[in-house]
Design a protein around this ligand. Structure first.
Ligand code: ADP
Ligand code: ZN
Length: 664
């Protein structure tokens, strides 16, 4: 269908804009000013009938790359997506923009499906979403060949990769699309960035002539931080209270058990949180996901089972309480924060036990030697990111083969507070020779705890039992604290100067250890940062150098009441219509409305994110909210209705760990 079909309601804007049809559609339907990055080139290419492979980070704006061509080209754009649970929301969001969208999947009954199929055949759909397994059915292929198709968009295209963790066999059948519809352009999209995946997509989807578009994988609005793990749940709570009170976010944990416990802990401490993992029944999972999408400011605590394709734009933080297995995983998971481009945080607590646990998992896991080596390589890259003294963003981008802008990014922890290094050669030798002495005994294997106890000269029951107080290394490490020693061990493991063996996490030497013991190699170590003293208090002035990242807090204070009033109005609309709040308007749009303070429909139409249909549907409502706040923002003394979101109470004082380095 051509794009004009969507502009029936409000007669504002059109010709003033000129430019291409794609640009006109961007203005009219989506209400956005300009294309971002590669969007324009991609859209032009696909509108002209070309195939494309698009690699763009989460939040980069992939959807428009197929939605606009589908609106501009005649026929229906068929979108293949594995995310059945999200199709309804995607379609709702498009319909709210005035786009004629529908989906066919297994959640529908026969009649619902028939309606959508009839709309498709009558040429009344701009976009049709399908699950990949549908395309295996001859009946679906038959249906498609009876209608007119403008393009095929293959979303989450990395699912075709057999090496990736998201592999879906149904994706392999998509190679047939080109044979059956040689004249219909295909566009494959993914946020997975490695070269190997990229190649595989081209091959397995059989789009050899596709033009490749690779966007920068930098997410400048995400602040990356990795802190030493002491008491992770408490650390998380302080982080949330100090920087993300009332914000929506995702907390990732490795095990179902820790997911449950963490969600309980947060709820008990006044942070509304729900668990999500594969052990919960499908109904509970769907309910929790739906609440996360629909409510403002809910926290989901999840295993990695959660999150793919979640296109909630206002996820303000992603926290990791356990170490991800690879940099790809870390990047994907943290990438779910801040799709709307507003400041967001990727925060992780990481410690010695993470390293030991992950190394053990690889050792005892299934798979052949090659698989193990690959997993080991992935983990090593992740550890290097954790232990780096350089810019984390630079390291992350380098991993994906992209150069960071020259110098430091200024928005990661190592840039904000550059960590010190120290010459850890002697400390390393002390640890390694202790490991060597214990290893020589061969009778019993020992882990990190015993090593540290020996170095500190502690006569624990286990030290006495094995006569370890008789060793020449007993008590030679009193210059460092327990936490510092654990930090040394962790970094030796991360650098491959120590290894883990067996189910008890026994420490053993590696080939490289010999170089350190033989004084042929120096060992620079990262100094464990102390927790800034200020943040132990609950005065609210803690870390004044760090701005809270809540959406409202970014606004000048005099505009906050308007923003909150608009949010309350939006929540009401969302409830009435049963759609997520961001389907009505994004936070970024509400902020701009609060800033511009439009008094006419035409002025409101100039705000980014207010397209024709939304202007027609909500224009009066929004203006009404602003009018109800007396006067302009400068003179306004708005009243606060009872049902407005209230300020979070001052967080209660709670014990902070004495020293972040302790008990890493
Ligand atoms: P992706 O699928 O790549 O993760 P989306 O397509 O969901 O990203 O886009 C991310 C966010 O950016 C969405 O909120 C979208 O509306 C917004 N967006 C995309 N393109 C533009 C643009 N040209 N101007 C303004 N906002 C945009
Ligand atoms: Zn940086």
């Amino acid at each position: 269908m051509d794009g004009t079909s969507v502009m029936t309601e409000a007669g504002v804007m059109p010709e003033a804009y000129g430019g291409s049809e794609a640009l006109a559609t961007l203005h009219r339907v989506f209400g956005y000013e300009a294309f971002r990055g590669e969007q324009e080139a991609i859209i032009e290419h696909v509108v002209a009938g070309g195939d494309a492979v698009v690699l763009m980070p989460t939040g980069g704006g992939k959807s428009l790359c197929y939605q606009i061509p589908a609106l501009v080209r005649p026929g229906t754009g068929v979108v293949v997506s594995p995310l059945i649970a999200l199709m309804q929301d995607q379609v709702d969001a498009l319909r709210a923009l005035g786009v004629r969208a529908g989906f066919v999947n297994s959640t529908q009954d026969f009649d619902e499906r028939r309606v959508v199929e009839a709309e498709f055949l009558a040429g009344e759909l701009d976009l049709l979403y399908l699950a990949p397994e549908r395309l295996r059915l001859e009946s679906t292929l038959d249906l498609l060949s009876r209608g007119k198709i403008s393009l095929f968009a293959i979303d989450e295209a990395h699912c075709v990769s057999q090496w990736g963790h998201d592999f879906r066999p149904d994706y392999l059948a998509l190679s047939l699309l080109g044979e059956r519809w040689p004249d219909v352009p295909r566009i494959a999209l993914t946020a997975t960035a490695t070269h190997a995946t990229h190649q595989e997509i081209t091959q397995r989807l059989n789009i050899p002539a596709a033009r490749h578009f690779v966007a920068s994988f930098d997410r400048p609005n995400i602040q990356y931080r990795i802190v030493p793990k002491a008491d992770p749940k408490k650390q998380l709570l302080s982080f949330l209270r100090e920087e993300h009170a009332g914000d929506a976010g995702i907390v990732y944990c490795l095990s179902r058990n820790s997911v449950e416990k963490t969600a309980e802990f947060l709820t008990r401490n006044g942070v509304e949180a729900v668990p999500y993992h594969a052990g919960l029944d499908a109904g509970t999972r769907a309910a929790h996901q739906s609440r996360f999408l629909r409510e403002d400011g809910l926290v989901v605590v999840a295993t990695i089972a959660f999150g793919m394709g979640i296109d909630k734009p206002d996820v303000r933080f992603v926290a990791h309480l356990d170490l991800p297995k690879s940099v790809e995983g870390y990047y994907q998971e943290t990438g779910r924060a801040g799709r709307d481009g507003l400041p967001s945080t990727a925060w992780m607590a990481y410690g010695l036990n993470d390293v030991i646990q992950q190394r053990k998992l690889i050792q005892s896991g299934e798979g052949d030697e090659a698989f193990r080596r690959r997993s080991q390589g992935h983990l090593d890259a992740m550890l290097a990111l954790c232990e780096t003294v350089h810019c984390r963003r630079g390291q992350l981008l380098a991993y994906f083969g992209q150069d960071a802008e020259a110098g430091a990014c200024g928005n990661c922890d190592t840039c904000l507070v550059p960590p010190d290094t120290w010459d850890g050669t002697i400390a390393a030798q002390k640890v390694l020779s202790t490991v060597w002495r214990l290893d020589r005994e061969r009778r019993q294997k020992f882990g990190a705890v015993q090593i540290v106890d020996i170095l500190l000269g502690r006569r624990t029951a286990k030290v006495i039992q094995f006569d370890h107080d008789q060793l020449s290394v007993f008590g030679i490490g009193e210059e460092l604290t327990e936490g510092e020693w654990r930090g040394v061990v962790r970094q030796l493991l991360a650098q491959g100067l120590l290894a883990v063996e067996g189910e008890y996490g026994t420490l053993v030497l590696t080939e490289a250890s010999g170089e350190v013991l033989g004084r042929k190699r120096e060992v620079p170590l990262r100094k464990e940062p102390k927790k800034p003293a200020a943040s132990r208090s609950s005065s609210g002035t803690a870390r004044s150098d760090r701005k809270p990242r809540t959406a409202a807090a970014e606004l000048p204070p005099e505009l906050a009441p308007a923003f909150e009033a608009l949010r309350a109005w939006r929540a009401e609309q969302a409830r009435e219509q049963g759609v997520p709040a961001y389907v009505i308007f994004h936070d970024a749009t509400l902020r701009e409305i609060a800033t511009v303070w439009p008094s006419t429909v035409a002025e409101l139409g100039g705000v980014s994110g207010v397209g024709e249909k939304k202007l027609a549907t909500y224009g009066e409502g929004v203006l009404g909210v602003l009018k109800s706040l007396s006067g302009t923002p400068d003179t306004a003394t708005p009243t606060t209705p009872d049902d407005w979101p209230q300020e979070e109470p001052e967080p209660e004082d709670h014990e902070g760990p004495e020293d972040w380095a302790a008990g890493i």
